[in-house]
Design a protein around this ligand. Sequence first.
Ligand code: ADP
Ligand code: ADP
Length: 223
Amino acid sequence: MIKIEGVSKTYGNGAPALNNLNLDIDDGEFVFVVGASGSGKSTFIKLLLKELNPTEGTITVDDVKLSKLRSRSVAKYRRKIGVVFQDFRLLQDRDVYSNIAFAQRVIGVAPREIKKNVSKVLALVGLSEKYRSNPNELSGGEQQRVALARAIVNKPQILLADEPTGNLDPENSWEIMKLLDKVNRQGTTVIVVTHNMEIVEKMNKRVITMKKGVKVSDSKVVE
Ligand code: ADP
Ligand code: ADP
């Protein structure tokens, strides 16, 4: 479970990018975080990944306070979290298989296991036949499906998607959302930051709305 208590983040001497955020996300939830540009969404993601530390407040994940993590434990903590970005961030000089296998190699999975796991996630995203393609031979939608396969191959507890459909047309956007829903139904907590309100409305999930660093609504909380 993710517990965010009184979290504020101020860069330099500007206005707070996040201002006294309080939020609980249970295991297995699917949550959208929406808000205009500059509302604090990226800051929220960076805090969860411990790429940034809060100026005030506490973030607790599975009863571990992120502020207490020593630097060598941060890498291990991040293994709990798979991340998908707007711009895919695939390695261009490696094929699809290798892009996904790489994520497993860095955590020391045995080669035989890697083969099995990569095949499994490629089948899940419907790209089994593209495993020898290079990212530049794939459409945007296919590249995002590869990025999603890479994000889940290590079986993260949490999947963070930062504007995952920002570079995709409506059909491919919907395809990615259906896959995120599938991953969620298999037990992964999914957090999606997006501007795509059409999709948010269609998905009918919990929606947290941010405005200038403040949480202005949370569909889970009855007000
Ligand atoms: P969003 O992702 O919703 O666009 P951000 O979290 O990127 O919002 O930004 C929230 C606020 O913090 C904005 O006013 C932005 O300009 C500011 N901000 C973000 N990152 C930095 C930074 N590294 N240095 C200074 N200000 C920043
Ligand atoms: P995205 O929302 O696509 O992640 P952003 O525009 O929020 O991208 O931020 C891109 C990078 O610039 C981030 O590393 C962010 O921290 C930094 N950044 C954003 N706003 C500012 C700002 N006002 N001053 C300095 N750095 C910023």
